[in-house]
Design a protein around this ligand. Structure first.
Ligand SMILES: Cc1ncc(COP(=O)(O)O)c(C=O)c1O
Length: 337
């Protein structure tokens, strides 16, 4: 747990001790607490320390780190000057830092300690903070909120539903090819499959029509919940699960975003599934060339120059608005990022 608070050393030790004494043997998890005093230290901490899973922010704190390290200079230089000034000048520095951490590590649980009265709290805080603590909340409240937040992330809605489903005794009156292992367990010729894969993969066989689990086409239950969780973990607006591998996923993406006659810029070294997607969507395709690396007899990536050159050409022809997608493979098949 990361606390952003500019504390004197005695107060910091007191806080660390207080958090440690909250531990109870019935707790599902234990955690350690790190305290950093400034905005810059907080950003470095969330960027380089993957063990941080929750942050508690104070409403205000100093901006500049007192540490003098090349890493801090380097990372801070990469944070947009305007953004830093915005946080610096904000009346709600804690809220603004929360917004930034949410962008950098969307999966983290964020908490704010407010020095305002509950009624005057910042409305936007609800978007980024899991909970706002006011003076009347105790350390124990905080401790249980932290544990609850992490426990929630151990929730696996789809996998849990699948495990439950695969243990349910069911008669099959339906065209499932494996019949949840029944068709192979007594088979004289294919019984080896059961030994090789184990029973679970067959017991987990399901179909939307026979029910029991959710539907990919119209998710309403555990699948929908799992997609919402995935979306939060990846920081995307929404996530959709796809069976049939990456090839089908690529075809779905291209067909969902591109209309017949739209132009796609695509690297010449892309996977063949993109070509299928482009044929199915009726797109007009412009191939982009990668730069050669002669010493290694391989190609690199598509240079920015190549992308700009093509976009400028379409602009000249008055067709820039037809370009709807830039499709690049990163890393390349030769491993160049
Ligand atoms: C970049 C890339 N895209 C798509 C695919 C297709 O994946 P799948 O075999 O899961 O359809 C591959 C597979 O090698 C790939 O490397």
């Amino acid at each position: 747990m990361l606390i952003v608070d500019d504390l004197l050393i005695d107060a910091e030790n007191q806080l660390l001790n207080a958090m440690r004494t909250m531990r109870h043997r019935d707790d599902q998890f234990t955690y350690n607490t790190i305290v950093v005093p400034t905005f810059e230290d907080a950003i470095i901490a969330v960027l380089i320390n993957p063990n941080i899973q929750a942050c508690i922010l104070r409403p205000s704190f100093p901006m500049k780190s007192k540490r003098n390290s090349g890493l801090i200079t380097h990372v801070v230089a990469a944070i947009d000057e305007k953004l830093r000034k915005y946080v610096y000048n904000s009346k709600n520095q804690g809220s603004e830092l929360g917004r930034l951490i949410n962008y950098l590590r969307p999966e983290l649980d964020l908490y704010l300690i407010s020095d305002m009265a509950m009624e005057t709290g910042n409305q936007d805080d609800d978007d980024y903070f899991k909970r706002v603590f006011y003076s009347e909340n105790s350390n124990l409240d905080m401790h249980h909120s932290l544990l609850g937040g992490v426990a929630e992330r151990f929730d696996t809605p789809f996998f849990s539903a699948l495990k439950k489903y695969s243990r349910k005794p069911t008669g099959i009156f339906h065209a499932l090819p494996i019949s949840r292992a029944k068709s192979i367990e007594k088979s004289n010729w294919i019984g080896d499959m059961l030994d090789f894969y184990g029973a679970n993969i067959f017991l987990a066989e399901t179909s939307t029509t026979s029910g029991g689990l959710d539907s990919l086409l119209q998710p309403k239950g555990p699948l929908k919940k799992a997609q919402e969780y995935a979306s939060r973990a990846y920081g995307s607006r929404s996530s959709y699960f796809v069976t049939n591998g990456t090839s089908t996923a690529n075809k779905i993406v291209v067909q969902a975003l591109v209309q017949p006659g739209d132009i796609i810029l695509v690297d010449r070294d892309c996977h063949k599934s993109h070509h299928y997607g482009m044929v199915l969507s009726g797109a007009h395709v412009k191939y982009l060339d990668s730069y050669p690396i002669h010493d290694l007899s391989i190609y690199g990536g598509v240079p920015l120059k190549e992308i700009k050159r093509n976009l400028l050409k379409y602009k000249e022809m008055g067709q820039l608005d037809r370009v709807k997608m830039l499709l690049l493979t990163n890393c390349t098949f030769d491993g160049v990022v």
